[in-house]
Structures are given as structure tokens and as C-alpha cells.
Design a protein around this ligand. Structure first.
Ligand code: ADE
Length: 333
């Protein structure tokens, strides 16, 4: 790679590792192809991009994609999130401060409240800001024309989005998928280069296998491996230092962290492997249902360690084998 290594403070590392151009972006091929066409077509028409919705598990790069689009469109981007927009006035102020061609990125869009959401509809559809001023018979609607802008929204919980909101993403709704191990390894190699870290190829594969198919986790593990390599080794990440770092972090061969294993153990030991409902499992493990659903489950499902059935979650034979627990005789799954 020809880009020189960057010298950076730790807090700015995450954003520094973000690819800014398609040429640097690894994986998510179908989304990439669609977005490249959308962007090029919008540029040809000299129009802003249409509104886009990204969804999928945390850490797969929804924000990264928004930043990349900003760079490719050569646009300005304002960043906010569903919970940060508490009142209609907050949204009105954001929208009226946009310049033509700006991108507005709303993370966790499923957490927008209903009243704010309703102001967003005409803004997205007709670039119209409709606000009701006053109450009762004296109430009147104030209508302002907004500049052409693009809304990019992201969510880990697509099911919580109302259908009127979902239907207004005219540019499309895109589901980010887990990355493959070779893709994660390429992302790690790129990050190592940008951070000036030397690492053995096999050590990067080792880290990739334990990264939950997720770039954010891969980059985090890379930094922890670098720490171990610099404190206990000669600075280069070898198979041994990677192994040592992963052991210190209590990440097992399948990439499970202690909390994943605890949830699996509860499912198997307290509920005989299920089926068990999410809220029951959450109560038994003293964990938020949303954390189980958004953080732990997607990866356990992806590994085939659990299945979701209409009657609840069940542990599969693979989960028993991974935890070295004898599966019940009747278990055929
Ligand atoms: N860093 C995080 N996500 C990435 C991706 N998809 N491609 C390249 N580098 C990344």
C-alpha cells in the first residue's frame, strides 16, 4: 500500500482508520456497487443523493459508509442521533441550518420520537419544514422551504422503524452483512499499515478469526495485540503475542467473549437449551434484552450456536460442543 502511516492520538484512531474512498473500502460488495451507481448518477444530474437507510449489527460500518459518501459526494455532513433530537425545535434548527447539498446523518434513528419523526416526513419528501405554532384555535402552521439535502440514517433495529419513515428512504435501504474472515484480515492489514504496526500474516488471520466478523472489533483487538507485543515482545505482533492478548481478553477460539458464553450457559443449564423467550433469558442473565438482541445474538446466530424459533431461543448441538457440555440425547438440532 502506498499511503504513509499516520501518527495519531489514541482517541482519534477509530475515525482515522475509516476508509474515505471506495478504493480503500473492503467488503459489503453489493451495497458498494449500488451506492457507487447512486452517487455517480446523482453527480451527473448535479443533484444531492437521495435519502439512504443503513441497518445491521453494531460495528459493521454504517457510520463509516456515511463518511465515505460524504467524501465521494464532496459534501458537508452534519452528524446527530435519534436520542439527541429531543424536540421538534431541535430538528427544525438542524434542518434550517443545512446548506444545499449537505448530508444529515442520524444514527440510532429508531430512537427518534414520534413528533420529531412526523416533522421529518415532509422534510424528506418535499423539502418542507412544517411546524405548528401555538395551541388550540390560535394554532397555525409555519411552512419553510428547506435546501436540497440528503438524509442518511442508521439503525441496528430496523423492525422498530415505522413504515411511513422506512418508505421515505427513496435512495434505498441497505442491510450491512457480517464480513468474511479474509475481508476482516484485509481490513486488519490496512489498519496495521496505517498505524505503523508490524504483524505476521498468520497473526492477523488469528485475530480475524476472533473478530466476530466485525471491523470495529477487529481494529480494537489489533490495538490490544499491539500493546501486548510492545510490552511483552519486540513490538511485532506474532502468533504468540496475538494468542496472549486474546487470552488476556478472555476471547475464545470461536471469538466468544465471557458474556456470550455466560448467556449460552444460562440457556443450556437453566432452560435445558430452550426454547426460551428473550425477556426470560434477559431476566435470568441480568442483562438488557436489547443488549442480548443487538450485541450477543447476531453473532451467536451467525455461528449457528443458537436458533430463533417462534417459541423462543434454542441452543444448538454446536453450542453444547463448543462449551464441552454433553448434549441431551433427544437433541437433534
Ligand atoms: N475499516 C473499517 N471498516 C473498513 C472497511 N470496510 N474497509 C476498510 N477499512 C475499514
Amino acid at each position: 500500500m502506498s499511503i504513509p502511516p499516520k501518527k495519531l492520538e489514541d482517541s482519534s484512531l477509530d475515525s482515522a482508520l475509516r476508509p474515505e474512498r471506495w478504493g480503500e473500502y473492503i467488503g459489503q460488495t453489493p451495497i458498494k456497487e449500488n451506492l457507487r451507481i447512486l452517487i455517480e448518477a446523482a453527480q451527473k444530474r448535479k443533484e444531492p443523493l437521495e435519502h439512504l437507510l443503513f441497518y445491521g449489527p453494531a460495528g459493521l460500518g454504517k457510520t463509516t459508509l456515511a463518511h465515505l459518501i460524504k467524501h465521494e459526494m464532496d459534501a458537508q455532513m452534519k452528524i446527530t442521533s435519534g436520542p439527541a433530537i429531543e424536540r421538534v425545535g431541535d430538528l427544525a434548527s438542524i434542518l434550517t441550518n443545512l446548506s444545499p447539498g449537505d448530508i444529515l446523518f442520524i444514527d440510532e434513528v429508531h430512537r427518534l420520537n414520534k413528533m420529531v419523526e412526523e416533522v421529518l416526513y415532509p422534510a424528506m419528501e418535499a423539502r418542507s419544514l412544517d411546524i405548528i405554532i401555538g395551541k388550540g384555535p390560535a394554532a397555525r402552521t409555519l411552512q419553510l422551504e428547506l435546501p436540497p439535502f440528503t438524509l442518511i440514517a442508521a439503525t441496528t433495529r430496523i423492525a422498530l422503524l415505522s413504515s411511513p419513515l422506512r418508505s421515505r428512504f427513496s435512495g434505498g435501504t441497505f442491510r450491512l452483512e457480517f464480513y468474511t474472515e479474509p475481508e476482516i484480515k484485509d481490513i486488519l492489514a490496512r489498519s496495521a499499515h496505517l498505524l505503523g504496526i508490524t504483524a505476521a500474516e498468520s497473526a492477523l488471520m488469528h485475530i480475524a478469526k476472533r473478530s466476530r466478523f466485525t471491523p470495529r472489533i477487529a481494529n480494537h483487538l489489533l490495538k490490544r495485540c499491539r500493546d501486548v507485543a510492545s510490552v511483552r515482545g519486540n513490538g511485532t505482533i506474532t502468533d504468540e503475542t496475538a494468542e496472549e492478548a486474546l487470552k488476556l481478553l478472555d476471547i475464545d477460539a470461536a471469538g466468544l467473549q465471557s458474556e456470550d458464553r455466560r448467556i449460552l450457559n444460562i440457556l443450556i443449564n437453566k432452560f435445558s437449551g430452550g426454547p426460551v423467550g428473550l425477556t426470560t433469558l434477559a431476566a435470568a442473565s441480568s442483562e438488557e434484552a436489547s443488549t442480548i438482541e443487538e450485541v450477543h445474538e447476531p453473532y451467536l446466530l451467525r455461528l449457528g450456536f443458537i436458533e430463533r424459533t417462534p417459541r423462543g431461543r434454542i441452543a444448538t448441538r454446536r453450542a453444547y460442543e463448543h462449551l464441552s457440555i454433553e448434549p441431551p440425547r433427544v437433541l437433534f438440532r
